[in-house]
Design a protein around this ligand. Structure first.
Ligand code: ARG
Length: 494
């Protein structure tokens, strides 16, 4: 690829060590698509005749089938076959330095010396930048789909939970009763933010670096819109130095995933806690739990524990990328090659999580009686009780104090607020009336939170519907993007 100016061969250990082919092989579909787009651009600039262009496009279309065929494995359905063939492709091609080199080698086998014209007016620096953008764009779409599936599962569970209640917690101490649906929708709210973060990232990255050259722009007067359109980018990038060295899109992607990972890990932690004997809020679904080889009675929450652990990897990917980019002089530096694997790992990690999480969420069975009992004990209606007094004209600070005294009396005599007599209550304030007991029932305690975003039953019913509507509209907008996709997971490329 570049040996012309060298007198000495590479140190064999160094040669092997500096290769990126063992991991960038997974950019094979992206590299082929980008090469086809570039071929069209240089043909328009007069470097290839029409016949040469069609030979070259045809050759590029055969690169993936040839590579699979060489592995000697049955190709099967083209799109399903590729990933399992990657390792074999790598071991069969120990001299391919990277994916760009490999595709040219394969193309040369297929169409001979004409393949050598493909590299006219381009550089691997813009190629890797383009391939990575294409990869991240697809990975975002896949993540958005997974997020939608999980949102749907959460909203369906919220719908099914109907008016069932649970205690809510602050400081991990019981606070006020809430609807189980309200708690589930808290996660939906987080996921909606994750969804928009990834959607924003997708829109920002959707520009084509091809035509940026090695650093200063292509040495041919290329019409950059040709490659951009062929790859379904919104247009060409604005600055060649930035385009060849920018990895913001990868950083943003991993950072958005790291935030998503934090959300998922909070969910995982709550369910891990809720499944303990101490909480007893749910039975872990057996399909998603394992036993202990030592303790016969155990059912362990492996799924939620693994998710908590995997969220750590997502943090790691974002930190690794940021650290690689930090202080890097413009423009391309080989350090950037190290930024690929964290992106792949993060994409794989989130994909794995989002494959299991919706089904796990649907399989959850809450012990609603236990949750309700927990919500009815421990004076969780004390805020509602204080609010009752404020409606009688008592300033809240005073109401707080009076209910605090009533709670203390209840604690001393082993009773809840609704078990105190009106006479006892009046010791703490003559504002207490018979209607006090209606104001502190479980339902009243929920329904006094009748504000947008509150846990009153009517509000939550509406919130479930709103969340469903937003899923439908996000689904529609994702489907419209997908129809404009390259289908890079498949060997049959544009
Ligand atoms: N394998 C390289 C990477 O992933 C491709 C770009 C190489 N460019 C260069 N000037 N050596 O970053």
């Amino acid at each position: 690829m570049w040996s012309g100016r060298f007198r000495e061969p590479l140190d064999p250990a160094f040669e092997d060590w500096q290769r990126s082919f063992p991991f960038d092989v997974r950019l094979l579909p992206q590299e082929v698509a980008a090469s086809k787009a570039h071929a069209r651009a240089i043909a328009a600039a007069g470097i290839l005749t029409e016949t040469e262009l069609s030979k070259m496009l045809d050759g590029l279309d055969r690169v993936i089938p040839l590579s699979i065929e060489e592995t000697g494995k049955n190709a099967g359905a083209a799109d399903a076959a590729l990933p399992s063939h990657l390792a074999a492709i790598v071991s069969l091609n120990p001299h391919a330095e990277d994916i760009h080199h490999f595709v040219e080698l394969q193309l040369t086998k297929l169409i001979g010396d004409l393949a050598l014209k493909l590299h006219t007016g381009r550089s691997r620096n813009e190629q890797i930048a383009t391939d990575m953008r294409l990869f991240v764009r697809d990975a975002i779409d896949q993540t958005l789909e997974g997020l939608l599936a999980w949102r749907q599962a959460l909203v369906d569970s919220a719908h099914a939970a109907d008016a069932s209640v649970m205690p809510s917690y602050t400081h991990l101490q019981r606070a006020e009763p809430v609807l189980i649906a309200h708690w589930l929708l808290a996660y939906v709210a987080m996921l909606e933010r994750d969804f928009t973060r990834l959607t924003d990232c997708r829109a920002r990255l959707n520009l084509c670096p091809l035509g940026s050259g090695a650093i200063a722009g292509a040495t041919l007067a290329l019409d950059r819109s040709i490659a951009a359109e062929a790859l379904h980018f919104a247009g060409p990038t604005a600055n060649s130095m930035d385009a060849t060295s920018d990895r913001d899109f990868a950083l943003e992607f991993t950072q958005a995933l790291s935030t998503l990972g934090l959300h998922i890990s909070r969910f995982a932690e709550e369910l891990t806690l809720h499944s303990t004997a101490e909480f007893g809020f749910l039975d872990l679904p057996e399909q998603f739990s394992t036993g202990s080889s030592a303790m016969p009675q155990k059912k362990n929450p492996d799924l939620t524990e693994l998710i908590r652990g995997k969220a750590g990897r997502l943090q790691g990917a974002a930190v690794t990328l940021a650290t690689i980019i930090k202080g890097l002089p413009l423009a391309y530096n080989k350090d950037l090659q190290e930024g690929q694997e964290p992106v792949f790992e993060a994409a794989d990690t989130i994909h794995g999580i989002l494959v299991v999480l919706p089904a796990f969420t649907r399989a959850l069975r809450f012990r609603t009686e236990v949750m309700k009992a927990a919500a009815e004990k421990g004076y969780l209606n004390a805020m509602a009780a204080a609010t009752y007094l404020t409606h009688k004209g008592v300033p809240f600070r005073k109401a707080h104090e009076k209910i605090g005294q009533a709670v203390r009396h209840g604690l001393e005599t082993g009773r809840e607020l609704n078990e105190l007599s009106i006479e006892e209550l009046r010791r703490f304030g003559d504002e207490f009336g018979e209607d006090f007991f209606e104001a502190i029932t479980l339902n009243a305690t929920l329904d006094c939170h009748d504000v947008v975003g509150g846990t009153a039953r009517n509000r939550v019913r509406d919130a479930v519907q709103d969340a469903s509507r937003r899923i439908a509209s996000d689904k529609a907008s994702l489907a419209s993007k997908k129809s404009a996709k390259l289908g890079l997971e498949s060997a049959a490329l544009v």
